[in-house]
Structure formats: structure tokens, C-alpha cells
Design a protein around this ligand. Structure first.
Ligand code: PMT
Length: 222
């Protein structure tokens, strides 16, 4: 299953969870396994693309040995790595589950158990896809994801527009066989021109191929 559909293209993919430190032993994170991002990275690499994968801690690694991996921990680190690469890329896929907020202060020592409750003050993280979306060049294609629990289509379309994506991949937490951790996913692709495509529940490798087919449908703007 090798082809040359994306030969000569440089592809940036973010994948996996971010970890936002609370103190030296604790963090805030989410359930992303990196399976979806790894499948997309392999699909592009097996289609001749030069793939750069910015990968959260513990996230699944792709199989194709030519993929360049940039390990990161926090949303800030993910942003640093992605923004250094962005200018040279042709296609960017934002598959990572990035923490929207991080602790305002990281305690330098392990926080002691004192009192019956505690409060951690959080501050907003950089939105990687939104920030790079503002720097998107005419020849570049940006693909985003939306992970939703309610009002799925509305939120996905809002993110498509706000983050300047050319296509957004919606997966719903309400859908059996879709989302975090699983080897399968069920998605809808929404394009800028208002069209959309729905998938069945399929292995993430098949979903990745469908996403690549979606990218091929995006009109080149040059
Ligand atoms: O890793 P798996 O276990 O295989 O699961 C796959 C997945 C469910 C994580 C994946 O398919 C997915 O949906 N990834 C995006 C999850 C997410 O954070 O969605 P969101 O709706 O919160 O974010 C919208 C988009 O903005 C995403 O493209 C996200 O990468 C991006 N974003 C969000 C916040 C932020 N600070 N920076 C970003 O770049």
C-alpha cells in the first residue's frame, strides 16, 4: 500500500496528549493515545510525503521509519516545535488533544497534603491550530480535528471557521467506536465549501486514508 500521491509534500502532524505540570510529580492531561495521529502520519509517509510528527508523551509512534518525530510534553512545547516547522510545510494536520488550560504556577516541590480541599489556578494555553492558522500561507492546507460531546456539527463548523482550517474531522464522544484510545473511529469531514463526508466505524488506518482522500479534494489556492 505505497503510492506517490503526496510525493514532494511536507506534512506536519501534531498528535497525542499534552501534559501540564502541577508540581514535579503531577500533571493535567487527557486520554489521547496518539493512535489517530500515528495512522495519519503513516498514511502520508506511505504516500511519499516528508512527515514531521510533533508527539506528546506516551503517544503511539508510527511504523514508517522515515517519519521525523519531535517529542514534546506541554502545549507550549508542542507550539514551539510546530511553529518552527510550520513555515516550510505544505499540509498541517492538528490531531493532538491539547490542554486548553495549564496551572498558572508550577510548584517547585511536591505539593503537601494539607487541609480538606485545594484550588489550582489555571491559565489559558496557546491555541496551536488557531495561532498557526493566522500565519497560513496561500499554498498551505490546514486540517483540524474536533472532539465533541454535544452539539457536534455546530461546534465543528465553528472551529473550521475560527481556526482557518480547510477541512475539519469531527469525532464524537457520543458515538460508539469513535474517539480516544480505541483502534477504530467514526468521523465526519467538513470542508470550507460547506460539503461533508461521513464515515462508518472503521480502523483508524482506514479513517486516515479517508482523511488523505479528503485533503486531495481541497482546491489549491495558487
Ligand atoms: O489519540 P487517540 O486516542 O487516537 O484519539 C484521537 C483523538 C480523539 C485525540 C483525535 O481524533 C482528536 O479528535 N484530536 C483533537 C482533540 C481535541 O483537542 O479537539 P478540540 O476540539 O479540543 O480542538 C480543536 C482543534 O484545535 C484540534 O485540531 C486541536 O488539535 C487544536 N487545538 C486545540 C487546542 C489548543 N490549545 N491547540 C490546538 O492546536
Amino acid at each position: 500500500h505505497y503510492n506517490t500521491d503526496f510525493e514532494g509534500k511536507k506534512v506536519l502532524i501534531t498528535s497525542g496528549p499534552t501534559q501540564e505540570a502541577i508540581d514535579p510529580v503531577r500533571f493535567i492531561s487527557n486520554h489521547s493515545s496518539g493512535k489517530m495521529g500515528a495512522a495519519i502520519a503513516d498514511a502520508f509517509a506511505n504516500s511519499g510525503a516528508e512527515v514531521h510528527l510533533v508527539l506528546g508523551v506516551g503517544a503511539k509512534k508510527p511504523k514508517n521509519p522515515h517519519i521525523k518525530i519531535y517529542p514534546v510534553r506541554s502545549a507550549n512545547e508542542m507550539y514551539e516545535a510546530a511553529s518552527k516547522l510550520h513555515g516550510k510545510m505544505d499540509i498541517c494536520v492538528f490531531a493532538a488533544a491539547v490542554a486548553d488550560y495549564a496551572p498558572k504556577n508550577i510548584a517547585s516541590e511536591k505539593i503537601k497534603k494539607e487541609g480538606d480541599g485545594m484550588t489550582i489556578e489555571l491559565v489559558k494555553n496557546v491555541d496551536i491550530a488557531y495561532t498557526l492558522g493566522k500565519a497560513k500561507q496561500a499554498h498551505q492546507i490546514h486540517v483540524g480535528f474536533a472532539l465533541e460531546t454535544e452539539n457536534e456539527v455546530f461546534h465543528a463548523k465553528q472551529k473550521l471557521e475560527k481556526k482557518n482550517f480547510d477541512m475539519i474531522v469531527l469525532n464524537s464522544m457520543r458515538q460508539e467506536g469513535a474517539g480516544f484510545q480505541l483502534d477504530t473511529n467514526k468521523v465526519s469531514l467538513f470542508f470550507e465549501d460547506g460539503t461533508s463526508i461521513d464515515s462508518e466505524v472503521l480502523p483508524k488506518e482506514q479513517i486516515a486514508k479517508m482523511i488523505l482522500e479528503g485533503v486531495k479534494k481541497i482546491p489549491v489556492k495558487i
